[in-house]
Design a protein around this ligand. Structure first.
Ligand code: ATP
Ligand code: MG
Length: 317
């Protein structure tokens, strides 16, 4: 079956700044992909490329089987978008906003009215239906924006940080909503800064930082990484750093990260104490003098920090 979203080698620059630097991702039909990354990672840029609001400089992007550049009208017909640059009208009521979206999608008046009412009920906005949007709270506004994305029952839904700024109750409502969408057969790509959110909602997760994919996997795979530890070793002589990196590559569960300045390198490992001993034995056998060794057990959020931190260090060195 055609994937809901298929992106290969996406590059997008703003003048000299490369916001996306070769991103690959796939959203299999009927699944949720969580696109995770810190501020400035390129999440919104990716969303804009997927939704035809921005044209990629390079790469191949298909949404619902349509090419975003050559078949942009078909792509737009296939997606619902909710996000950081919400197109809602402050001087209209909640109901009017949704009704208008329906009309824009070509609904007859009665159908647009019914769909608007249905969505207002779904998002617990019935009480506020006839209030002007400018009187809505931030959370109500986001819910309305999300409702707007669903008016035309799009097969592919793209949500840019759907729960940022929401209170816990509204966040849970939104999660529930996303699950219901998927149950009804939609495919979802959502961006988030919260590992927890991706963990709860996403079938698969792609972590990006500075326009590059730094990690990908199922939530279970990322969770497994939460359980892993970080082995850090400082060598006495800077000249031994390459040897240290070789050893950490041999014993580690991921690419080691080097801090040249501090004569230090670290790597994610699965069984900390055992790997630590193994690493020290190997270093000893190669006459590398070790100054300091430490083992850290990362917390949930650390995984995310670690992944994005690693990309930072990669860029600096
Ligand atoms: N219109 C623009 N002109 C120039 N640079 C831009 C523009 N939009 C975004 N950028 C830059 O591109 C990079 C990626 O931005 P983007 O908005 O995609 O990040 P993001 O992951 O959505 O961040 P956030 O979590 O803050 O929403 C950032 O460095 C940003 O400053
Ligand atoms: Mg953004």
């Amino acid at each position: 079956m055609t994937a809901a979203v298929e992106a290969r080698g996406v590059v997008k620059s703003y003048q000299a700044h490369r916001a996306l630097d070769g991103v690959d991702l796939t959203v299999p039909t009927g699944t949720v992909l969580g696109l995770l990354g810190p501020n400035g990672a390129g999440k919104t840029t990716m969303v804009r490329v997927l939704t035809t609001l921005l044209r990629p400089d390079a790469g191949d992007v298909r949404v619902a089987g349509y090419d975003v550049v050559t078949q942009s009208a078909d792509v737009r017909r296939s997606i619902g978008l909710s996000g950081q640059y919400a197109a809602v009208d402050e001087s209209l009521t909640g109901y009017e906003n949704l009704y208008l979206v329906g009309r824009l999608y070509g609904f007859k008046a009665a159908a647009a009215r019914d769909r608007a009412r249905e969505l207002l009920a779904l998002f617990r906005l019935e009480q506020a239906a006839s209030r002007l949007l400018r009187t809505y709270s931030g959370g109500m506004r986001r819910r309305l924006d999300l409702a707007g994305a669903l008016v035309a029952r799009p097969p592919v839904v793209v949500l840019d940080e759907p729960t940022t700024g929401l209170d816990p109750r509204s966040r849970l409502d939104t999660w529930e909503m996303v699950r219901r969408l998927v149950d009804d057969g939609a495919s979802v790509l959502l961006t988030t800064q919260y590992l927890e959110e991706a963990d709860v909602l996403a079938d698969s997760i792609v972590v990006i930082d500075r326009g590059r994919v730094v990690e990908r996997g199922t939530s279970d795979e990322l969770k497994a990484r939460v359980g892993s530890e970080r082995l850090e070793i400082v060598v006495a002589d800077r000249a031994d750093l390459p040897e240290l990196v070789r050893v950490l590559t041999e014993v580690g569960a991921a690419e080691p990260v080097v801090d040249d300045h501090l004569r230090r390198a670290h790597v994610l490992v699965h069984v900390g104490p055992k790997t630590l001993v193994e690493a020290l034995n190997r270093l000893d056998a190669r006459d590398v003098r070790v100054l300091d060794v430490s083992l850290h057990r990362p917390k949930l959020d650390d995984v995310f920090l670690m992944l994005t931190d690693r990309a930072d260090e990669g860029e600096d060195s």
